[in-house]
Design a binder for this molecule. Structure first.
Ligand code: G
Ligand code: MN
Length: 259
C-alpha cells in the first residue's frame, strides 16, 4: 500500500472506531463496572475501582486491554476517560456512600502529558457532583514514562485539588523506584503476580513486606490486587497491607456497592 493510501485507511479506521466508541458510550454499551476495595483488617468496603466494559451486540464482553489499546492508538482516550469518569463519579455521588468512600479510575499515561488534563478532570467531577477528594486516579508505571514539565505540574495540580494518585500494577515494570522518587503518589497497588503465591512463597512475602515498609516510610497506603483466597488475605493482613481487591471480596459487576 502506498503512503497516502495507508494514511487514508488509518483515517477511515479511526473514524469507524470513534463512531463505534461514541455509539457504545451513548447507547450504554460501554459503562463502568465496579469492583470493591476493602480494608483488610475489617473487611469493610471503603472504595471501588471503575473498570470500563464494552458489551457487544451479541452479548459478549470486549476486554478492556483490547479496546484501550485501540483507543490509545486513535487518540480517543480523553473521550473514554471523561465518559467513564463522569458515569462512575455520578454513580458514587448518587449512592449513599460515606464521604470517605474512594472511587478509583484508570487513566492513560498520555493524558497526563496534556496541559488541559487536570482542568478536565475537575470539571467532569464538578458536573458529576463528586468531591475530588473522593477520587483516586490510577496510572501504570509504564504510563508515567514521559517525565516532562507538564506531567509534573499536572500531577501537582491534581493533588492540589484533592484527587489522590495511585501507581497501578506496582512491581512488574523496571523503574519503579525512579517513579517514586520523581512523582509523589498516595497509593501503591501491588501487582497480582506478587499475591498469587503469597501464602506459600517466602520470596513473595519478603517482597510485599518490603513494599509495605517502603510505602509507610513514604506516607503511602498499599492495596493488594487480585486477592482470590482467604489464606492470601490473612497473610497480606499480617504483613500490614492496608487494602485488598479481588474475587475474594467481589468480582467486577455493573452495579455499584457503596457503604
Ligand atoms: O490493570 P488493573 O489492575 O486496573 O486491572 C484490573 C483487572 O483485573 C480487571 O480487569 C479485573 O477484571 C481483573 N481482576 C480483578 N480482580 C481479580 C482477581 O481476583 N483475579 C484475577 N485473575 N483477575 C482479577
Ligand atoms: Mn487499576
Amino acid at each position: 500500500m502506498g503512503e497516502m493510501a495507508a494514511a487514508g485507511a488509518r483515517r477511515a479506521a479511526r473514524r469507524q472506531f470513534e463512531t463505534d466508541l461514541r455509539c457504545g458510550l451513548d447507547g450504554g454499551l460501554i459503562i463502568p463496572w465496579f469492583q470493591p476495595v476493602v480494608a483488610l483488617r475489617t473487611g469493610e468496603v471503603i472504595g471501588t475501582e471503575a473498570l470500563a466494559r464494552w458489551t457487544l451486540p451479541d452479548g459478549s464482553l470486549r476486554t478492556t486491554t483490547e479496546f484501550i489499546g485501540q483507543a490509545e492508538d486513535h487518540g480517543l482516550m480523553p473521550l473514554l476517560t471523561d465518559r467513564i469518569l463522569f458515569a462512575a463519579a455520578a454513580s458514587v455521588a448518587a449512592s449513599a456512600a460515606d464521604p470517605a468512600f474512594l472511587l478509583h479510575v484508570n487513566i492513560s499515561g498520555h493524558e497526563l502529558g496534556e496541559t488541559a488534563f487536570p482542568r478536565r478532570v475537575i470539571e467532569v467531577l464538578a458536573l458529576a457532583g463528586l468531591a475530588p477528594t473522593q477520587v483516586c486516579l490510577e496510572i501504570t508505571e509504564r504510563a508515567l514514562v514521559a517525565d516532562t514539565e507538564t506531567t509534573r505540574s499536572n500531577l501537582a495540580a491534581l493533588r492540589e485539588s484533592g484527587v489522590q494518585l495511585a501507581i497501578d500494577d506496582f512491581g512488574v515494570e523496571y523503574s519503579s523506584f525512579g517513579y517514586l522518587r520523581r512523582f509523589p503518589v498516595d497509593i501503591l497497588k501491588i501487582d497480582r503476580s506478587f499475591i498469587i503465591d503469597i501464602a506459600q512463597d517466602e520470596r513473595d512475602r519478603a517482597l510485599v513486606s518490603a513494599m509495605v515498609a517502603m510505602s509507610r516510610a513514604l506516607g503511602m497506603r498499599t492495596v493488594a490486587e487480585g486477592v482470590e483466597h482467604v489464606d492470601q488475605a490473612a497473610v497480606l493482613t499480617e504483613l500490614g497491607v492496608d487494602e485488598g481487591q479481588g474475587w475474594l471480596f467481589g468480582r467486577p459487576a455493573p452495579l455499584l456497592i457503596a457503604c
